[in-house]
Design a protein around this ligand. Structure first.
Ligand SMILES: [Zn+2]
Length: 211
């Protein structure tokens, strides 16, 4: 936050270079914690798509990229087609149905059923560090019901967001969900955490390339 845009662009260029990519090859999104998912095609290469929290593509060689600091990066792959997706999932997006929207987009646009998808969750804020208010619990109950992974720590509700995302993906029919199991707020030496750094933080990138 408050960083010089030129420095941000240069950091992004370096990050891409480190993994053998050019920023012009990737498609990224301006995230809004909503439930819209875009089908990305070859002509979107190098573009920033606004107002979406999910990107999916079947275009060969395309890279989908998003930035995170506590919300869960969800990477999706359908190796047979092949097709890939990336989804930004915080509590608002989870409550708004971003995962349902992503799975629908795979099915409607690409003909992939949830049962053929593989999902991987990147680092995000863990139940250890994520105290939440009643509004979060009330927003998520309709989606997750009694499965909502909540803990009481020192009198406060804590949400295990990665576990909520994993459980919900399984309930929506994705058979294979693996999770990094790394809490961003516990590991500020390696990751950025919006919560632990009180909003003044960077973002780390997550990306997936369609083979
Ligand atoms: Zn933690």
């Amino acid at each position: 936050m408050g960083d010089d845009p030129t420095a941000v662009a240069e950091n992004l260029r370096r990050a891409f270079a480190a993994i053998g990519l050019r920023a012009e090859e990737a498609v990224t999104a301006w995230l809004i914690h909503g439930n819209r998912v875009a089908l990305v095609e070859a002509h979107h290469r190098g573009k920033l798509l606004e107002g979406v929290d999910g990107l999916i593509t079947a275009a060969r060689g395309l890279v989908l990229f998003m930035r995170f600091a506590d919300c869960i990066p969800v990477l999706l792959a359908e190796p047979a087609l092949p097709a890939v997706g990336i989804v930004h999932v915080g509590w608002r997006g989870l409550a708004a149905g971003i995962l349902e929207a992503a799975l629908d987009a795979f099915e409607v646009h690409l003909g992939c059923r949830p049962s053929t998808l593989y999902a991987a969750l990147g680092p995000g804020i863990g139940g250890c560090c994520y105290a939440v208010g009643a509004e979060v619990v009330e927003a998520l109950r309709p989606r997750l019901g009694r499965a909502l992974p909540l803990y009481r720590i020192n009198g406060a509700w804590h949400l295990d967001l990665p576990e909520a995302v994993r459980l919900h993906l399984r309930r929506l029919g994705v058979p294979s969900v693996i999770a990094a199991g790394v809490c961003t707020a516990c590991h500020l030496e390696d990751w950025y955490s919006h919560r632990a750094e009180k909003g003044r933080t960077g973002r780390f990138g997550a990306w997936i390339r369609n083979p």
